[in-house]
Design a binder for this molecule. Sequence first.
Ligand code: ADP
Length: 482
Amino acid sequence: MTGSLRSRAVRWYALWLAVVFGVTGALVLMGFRHYLERTLAASQRTRALRIAGVTLRAFEAGDTDLRERMTVSFAPEATGRFIAVSDPAGRILYRSGPSQDQAFDPALILDPTSQLGPRKVLGAGAGELLVTTVESGSGSQRIRVATGDSMAPLRVEERRFLATLLIVFAVVGLVAIGGGYLLVDRALRPVGELTRSAEGITSRNLSERLPEPATVDEFAELSRALNRMIARLEEAFQHNRRFLDDASHELRTPLTVLRGELEALNRESLPGRFRDTVASLLDEVERLARLVENLFALSRLDAGRPTTEWRRLDLTQLAAVTAEQMRLLAEDRGLRLESDSPLQAIVRQGVWVEGDPSRLKQVIVNLLDNAFNYTPRGGKVCIAVRATPDEALLEVSDTGIGIPAEALSRVFDRFFRVDPSRNRSDGGSGIGLSIVKAICSAHRGRIEVLSIEGKGSNFLLHLPRIPESELQNPKGDGTSAS
Ligand code: ADP
């Protein structure tokens, strides 16, 4: 069975109810049938004794033709009943005629008095008959009297009873299933609340806990167990972050010293092969320093630490200024960078968002940096800011090598690189886009990527936009975000 626990429980309950009703119904119906037959047999026995009395009195009066007496006293043909009188040897002294309603044919009832007590006679005409036989009289006047009735009226009663039973079971069943659904729904409500609360807990808010019901039941126990698990997770996360934080912090100082020393050495007039080695060492140290900075930034973002600055800013202008600062690098790589000039951006009304300018700037730098790294000379990189009524959109596109379709979903993963052997010397470590994603989430935004291998890539950042109505008095803040 599939579906929610709620509907599964109700379905099982309904099935169980159907089985219980089925068994109960069958037992009650059998009991009712037995009762009807017993009652009919009892009345037949009384009638048979009365018939025997009439017969014995007729014999005493010397009257051996019983037909008239029977018709006067019992009218078996008119009432649809069967009567037979015999001697103990089974010789028939009287047998009633066919009933007027043609329910059965008495001629077909063989040896009607052969068995004392009630019995069912089958195949007698159109229907089944219940025949009860008694013995009466003494000596030579000993007789057996059988009287029977068609069982058709009993069957009609049974069908009526069955119909009533079905209606009662249907009503009771529907009420019980409805009540069962409400009960299960009520009992499972805490599960829904627990699920919603648990969904809201991510690596960013591990200090939050699930609500613990005041009751002493399984849900309260589950809630407490989950909270204990979240506490253990929080501890493990904190341990990891502290390690990353400490490690990157500790690495910064020796790297700075190393860079300083290498730069000083680079300025010396060294023999050719030493100069090359020092230059290459300097490159590696730069790369390492960038990686450490990125790890440090990621660890702070993971920890959800308060940003240094949080204010309204114009994304158009931030993009224009950052692009302008990176234009030289693009030219160095033989690339054309298209963007709004800072002046155009100021003249335009702007697209305002709320956030940390230095972090949003890091997003733009990382995206442009990637576009420069993965676009061959002669290519084009564009940066543009647009707005929808609710969102500010920042788009960075390039005509570079693109990303294979199967790698698209993983480019935001930490340390993921499409081709790890490619571009290693340029400092790529597979961490830039995970920083971009973490900053986006911290700004309640999201980022998506479209790319065609060999044609280029397009990164689109969505951020919540400050509505025009709230911008009546921007107070000049956010004009410079560089
Ligand atoms: P990296 O430091 O290696 O650039 P990122 O996290 O910034 O790390 O990017 C992850 C991977 O995504 C890169 O290694 C690269 O393979 C791919 N990628 C990112 N941006 C682009 C782009 N504009 N064009 C092609 N590939 C890209």
